[in-house]
Design a protein around this ligand. Structure first.
Ligand SMILES: Nc1ncnc2c1ncn2[C@@H]1O[C@H](COP(=O)(O)OP(=O)(O)OP(=O)(O)O)[C@@H](O)[C@H]1O
Ligand SMILES: Cc1cn([C@H]2C[C@H](O)[C@@H](COP(=O)(O)O)O2)c(=O)[nH]c1=O
Length: 216
C-alpha cells in the first residue's frame, strides 16, 4: 500500500471541519494509526504558531503578499514535518485545506493573481498536490450566515470578518480551480443536512481510498 493525500476545501462556513470531525471518529476505529488528520494553516508546532499570526484579528496592517507568504511558509513546514513522513509511512492523510485555499483566498480573494500565488506555492510544495480534493460547495452567504449564527465570537478570525465581495471572489477562484483540475476535485453539496453531508463524504473517501478499508 502507498500513502494517500486527500484534502478538504471550500468557502468559510461550508462545514468542512464539522464533517471531518465526524468522519474521522468513524474511520479512527477502523484505521487507527494508518489515519492522519491535519489542517492548514497548522498541523505542527511551527505552523500553528504561524497560524496564530495570520488569523489574529488584531493584525489589521498585514500586507496581502505577507499573508500569502506566511500561508506558504506554514505549508512548507507542514509538508516536510507532517504530510510527507505520513505518506512515506503509507498512511491516509486527510488535510483540512492546502494549496488550493491559497490560490482561491490570496490569489482570487486578495486579487494577487491565481497564477502568481500558485507559482509562489510551487516553491513551498515542490509541486506536490493531493491525490483528490473534496470540495464543499455552498453559496457564500449561507456559509457566512452559519459562521455568524453558530461560531463563538472568540473564534471568528481575520479572514471570517472580510467582506462578502472578498468571499465571492474566493468562491469564483474555487470555481476556476475545479474547472482546471476537474479530475482531482470531487464536489459535495454542503447545503444538505449535516448527516447527509457526512454520509456523502464517508462514501467518497471509501471509494477513493478503498485500499485502506480492505485491509482493516
Ligand atoms: N450541513 C450543515 N447544515 C447546517 N449547519 C452546518 C452544516 N455543516 C456545518 N454546519 C455549522 O456551520 C458552522 C460552520 O461549520 P464549520 O466550522 O465546520 O465550517 P468550515 O467549513 O470548517 O468553516 P471554516 O473554513 O471557516 O473554518 C458550524 O457551526 C457548524 O455546526
Ligand atoms: C490554508 C489557507 C487558509 N486560508 C484561510 C481560510 C480560512 O478563512 C482561514 C483559516 O482556515 P480554517 O478553515 O478556518 O481553519 O484561513 C487562506 O486564506 N489561505 C490558505 O492558504
Amino acid at each position: 500500500m502507498t500513502g494517500k493525500f486527500i484534502t478538504f476545501e471550500g468557502p468559510d462556513g461550508a462545514g468542512k471541519t464539522s464533517v471531518m470531525n465526524e468522519v474521522v471518529n468513524q474511520f479512527q476505529k477502523q484505521l487507527g494509526d494508518h489515519l492522519i488528520v491535519t489542517r492548514e494553516p497548522g498541523g505542527n508546532k511551527i505552523s500553528e504558531q504561524i497560524r496564530r499570526v495570520i488569523l489574529d484579528r488584531k493584525n489589521t496592517e498585514m500586507d496581502y503578499r505577507t499573508e500569502a507568504l506566511l500561508y506558504a511558509a506554514a505549508r512548507r513546514q507542514h509538508l516536510v514535518e507532517t504530510i510527507l513522513p505520513a505518506l512515506q509511512a503509507d498512511k491516509l492523510v486527510l488535510c483540512d485545506r492546502y494549496v488550493d485555499s491559497s490560490v482561491a483566498y490570496q490569489g482570487a480573494g486578495r486579487e494577487i493573481g491565481m497564477q502568481a500565488v500558485a507559482r509562489m506555492n510551487e516553491f513551498a510544495t515542490e509541486k506536490i498536490l493531493p491525490y483528490k480534493t473534496i470540495y464543499f460547495e455552498i453559496p457564500v452567504e449561507v456559509g457566512l450566515n452559519r459562521i455568524a449564527k453558530h461560531r463563538d465570537s472568540s473564534k471568528i478570525d481575520r479572514l471570517d470578518v472580510e467582506t462578502t465581495a472578498f468571499h465571492k471572489r474566493v468562491h469564483q477562484g474555487y470555481m476556476k480551480l475545479i474547472d482546471e483540475y476537474n479530475d482531482r476535485f470531487i464536489i459535495i453539496d454542503a447545503t444538505q443536512p449535516i448527516e447527509k453531508v457526512i454520509q456523502d463524504t464517508t462514501d467518497v473517501i471509501h471509494q477513493i481510498a478503498s485500499e485502506f478499508f480492505k485491509e482493516s
